[in-house]
Ligand binder design. Structure first.
Ligand SMILES: Cc1cc2nc3c(=O)[nH]c(=O)nc-3n(C[C@H](O)[C@H](O)[C@H](O)COP(=O)(O)OP(=O)(O)OC[C@H]3O[C@@H](n4cnc5c(N)ncnc54)[C@H](O)[C@@H]3O)c2cc1C
Length: 403
C-alpha cells in the first residue's frame, strides 16, 4: 500500500510536466514483461505495461494446455546446455536458478512432474498470471506503434503518447500471432539500430507427406540430421505434432524418422521374436507393443508381407526391425504461426548478458522470446522469459540508485 501511495505521488508530480511520464514502460504482458514490471513495482518504481490485447498474458494463459509449465527444475549446467544460445544465460542462472524460481512462486504453490517440469499445483495458468500482474498498472488495448528516444523515451500507441526513462521491450516472437506477438518488437529494435538473427519456427508441428495415422499418439523417438528427441508423438491430419516432434522441429532436414522401438536394440528384438510362438503371424507379434494401425501402415509402406514367424528369414527379421526403428516421412514444411516458439531474434552480441540492456541504446532493454534464445519443451521458454525479465528489472533498480 505504502509503495502504491508513493507511486501515485510520483505520478502526480510527473503530470505537472504535461505528458504521461513513467519511470519504466514495459511493452507486452507476457511472462517476461510481467515479472519485470512486478519487480519494479514492488521496488517502488512507477511502471506501466502497455499491452495491445484486451487481456493480460493471453499466450501465457494457454501454455502447457492451460496448466502452464512454468519452468524446469534442472541444474544450471543442464539448463545452459539445453537452451539454444544458453551460454548467454549462464550468468543469470547463477543467481536466478530453479531453486530461486521455486521460492519466488511459492505462494502460488508449485509441483514437479516428470522431466523436472514445474507447474502450479492448481493446474491453472491463471494463478500464475494473477500472481505476476500483482498491482502493476497495465493499459490494455494499447498497441505500441513506435518508440523514440531523446532525453527520455516517447512511446506512441494509436491513442496516446507516454514517456519514460527506461523502456523494456517484451513483445515476444512471431509464433501464434493471434495471441498478440506478431513481430512488432523486431521493428522497434531495428529502429534503434539492432540487428535481427533470421527467425524460424523453433518448436513447431511438421507438415509431412500423407500418412494414414491421424489421431494416434505414441511414445517414441524422432530423429533427423544427427539429432534425436524422445517423448510423445502425435500423428495429425497433415503430419506430426507432440513434444518429441516440437523438440526436433528446429533441426529437421527433408526427412524425419520415427523410432517406435526406443527401448529395444536389434539383439533384444531378435531374441523376443525367437522366443515368441513361431506359429503366430509376425503382425501379431508387432501388435503386442505397437498400435495396430501403425503396424499396418509400416507393413504397407515397407512392403512387408504378413507371414508366420517361423517362415521369416534372418535377413527379413532384421529388415522388420529397421522398418519400425526408422519409419521415414518426407517433411513438407514447418509453420511459424503454429510454432510454439520462435527461433532467431534480437542478436545477442548487442545485448548485455547480465542486464538485458541494449549495448546500442542506454536504458533500453529486451527480454523474453524476442531475443535469439529458445529451449525445448519442458518449461524452458517461460523460464527464459522470467530470467531475462528479472535481470532487466534488477539492472534498472541498480542504475536508478546510481543516478
Ligand atoms: C500453445 C503454446 C503453449 C506453450 N506452452 C509453454 C509451456 O507450457 N512452457 C513454456 O516454457 N513455454 C510455453 N510456450 C512458449 C511461451 O509461451 C513463450 O515462450 C512465452 O510466452 C514468451 O514470453 P514473452 O513474455 O517473451 O512473450 P509473449 O508471451 O508472447 O508476450 C508478448 C506480449 O506482447 C504483446 N505485444 C506484442 N506487440 C505489442 C505491441 N506493439 N504493443 C503492445 N503489446 C504488444 C503481445 O500481445 C503479448 O501479450 C507455449 C507457447 C504456445 C504458443
Amino acid at each position: 500500500m505504502k509503495k502504491q501511495i508513493e507511486n501515485n505521488l510520483l505520478f502526480l508530480c510527473y503530470n505537472f510536466i504535461g505528458d504521461i511520464m513513467y519511470d519504466v514502460i514495459v511493452i507486452g504482458s507476457g511472462p517476461a514483461g510481467l515479472i519485470c514490471a512486478r519487480e519494479l513495482f514492488l521496488s517502488g518504481f512507477r511502471v506501466l505495461i502497455l499491452e495491445k490485447n484486451d487481456v493480460v498474458g493471453k499466450k501465457l494463459s494457454i501454455t502447457g494446455g492451460g496448466r502452464c509449465n512454468l519452468f524446469n527444475y534442472k541444474e544450471k549446467s543442464e539448463l545452459v546446455e539445453k537452451i539454444h544460445n544458453g551460454e548467454f544465460l549462464r550468468y543469470g542462472f547463477v543467481k536466478y536458478n530453479s531453486a530461486f524460481f521455486w521460492n519466488y512462486f511459492s505462494s502460488v504453490g508449485l509441483k514437479k512432474e516428470e522431466r523436472d517440469r514445474v507447474f502450479p499445483i492448481s493446474n491453472k495458468s491463471k494463478d500464475v498470471i494473477d500472481f505476476l500482474r500483482d498491482n502493476v498498472e497495465i493499459e490494455l488495448n494499447s498497441n505500441v506503434a513506435s518508440i523514440e528516444k531523446n532525453e527520455s523515451f516517447s512511446v506512441f500507441t494509436e491513442k496516446e503518447k507516454y514517456q519514460s526513462k527506461y523502456v523494456v521491450i517484451a513483445t515476444g516472437g512471431l509464433s501464434y500471432p493471434q495471441l498478440g506477438s506478431d513481430g512488432a518488437g523486431y521493428d522497434f529494435a531495428k529502429s534503434f539500430g539492432h540487428s535481427i538473427v533470421n527467425t524460424y519456427p523453433a518448436l513447431s508441428p511438421l507438415k509431412t507427406e500423407k500418412h494414414d495415422l491421424a489421431g494416434i499418439t505414441v511414445e517414441g523417438g524422432v530423429f533427423s540430421c544427427d539429432k534425436k528427441t524422445f517423448g510423445s508423438i502425435l500423428f495429425t491430419h497433415d503430419g506430426l505434432s507432440g513434444p518429441a516432434v516440437y523438440d526436433i522441429s528446429a533441426y529437421v532436414g527433408d526427412f524425419v524418422f520415427i523410432d517406435f522401438l526406443v527401448d529395444m536394440d536389434e539383439k533384444l528384438f531378435l531374441e523376443k521374436v525367437t522366443r515368441y510362438s513361431q506359429k503366430k503371424m509376425i503382425s501379431s507379434f508387432m501388435k503386442e507393443f505397437i498400435p495396430n494401425r501403425i503396424v499396418d501402415e509400416v507393413f504397407l509402406r515397407n512392403k512387408i508381407f504378413d507371414k508366420k514367424i517361423a517362415e521369416i528369414s534372418k535377413k527379413d527379421r532384421a529388415f522388420l526391425f529397421e522398418s519400425f526403428k526408422s519409419f521415414k516421412l518426407m517433411v513438407k514444411s514447418k509453420d511459424i504461426d503454429r510454432s510454439i516458439v520462435t527461433g532467431g531474434g534480437i542478436c545477442l552480441d548487442e545485448i548485455c548478458a547480465d542486464t538485458m540492456e541494449s549495448r546500442k541504446v542506454d536504458n533500453l532493454y529486451f527480454v523474453g522470446e524476442i531475443l535469439d534464445l529458445h529451449g525445448p519443451t519442458g518449461g524452458y521458454n517461460i523460464m527464459i522469459s522470467l530470467l531475462t525479465g528479472i535481470l532487466a528489472s534488477k539492472s534498472i533498480e541498480k542504475k536508478s540508485k546510481l543516478c
